[in-house]
Design a protein around this ligand. Structure first.
Ligand SMILES: [Zn+2]
Length: 168
């Protein structure tokens, strides 16, 4: 919860997916709240940087599959470096969505992530994040094939959160 907005509302705003009414409410709030204005800027920049990584991987998947492995490793290292250690599950899911959307489509990314989370009792948490990453890979494989599934599992694992906080 951030100043009256749920994490889900905030994420949809940062990802530019908020409905006009919600977007208006948050924009109005931000006009008078420096803290949220700064957070929105930081979160948007982070989300966009990760989306660009996803776009590059998408191109690599099509043009130079032999270089994909090396590119993925570099890409995930950059993402890890940009992800605040204190980032919670919701923020990590937003980052994962930003990476997967260019690769498999925003709608598919949302569906496979929701499905994979719904299969876990109690929802996605630090404790079951690695299970979530595996289920996500399975869901992506069914819909998109092996290579995107490998990317999704690796990305989810890299964005993982350890029970103690920070990266898994
Ligand atoms: Zn605020």
């Amino acid at each position: 919860m951030r100043h009256g907005f749920t994490e889900q509302e905030w994420n949809s705003f940062v990802e530019a997916l908020a409905e006009p009414a919600l977007r208006g409410r948050i924009e109005t709030h931000i006009t008078g709240c420096g803290e949220c204005a700064a957070a929105a800027e930081t979160d948007r920049a982070w989300t966009e940087a990760i989306q660009r990584e996803g776009q590059q991987l998408k191109q690599a998947m099509a043009i130079s599959p032999d270089r994909l492995e090396a590119m993925l490793a570099d890409s995930l290292a950059r993402i890890a470096a940009q992800t605040p250690a204190a980032a919670g599950v919701g923020e990590r899911l937003r980052a994962l969505r930003a990476l997967l959307s260019p690769l498999i489509g925003a709608g598919t990314a949302r569906v496979v992530m929701e499905e994979s989370g719904a299969a876990l009792s109690g929802g996605i948490s630090a404790a079951n994040w690695s299970q979530f990453a595996l289920r996500l890979g399975d869901s992506v494989r069914e819909i998109c094939g092996i290579t995107p599934a490998m990317l999704a599992t690796r990305a989810a694992t890299a964005l993982g959160i350890a029970e103690s906080g920070g990266f898994a």
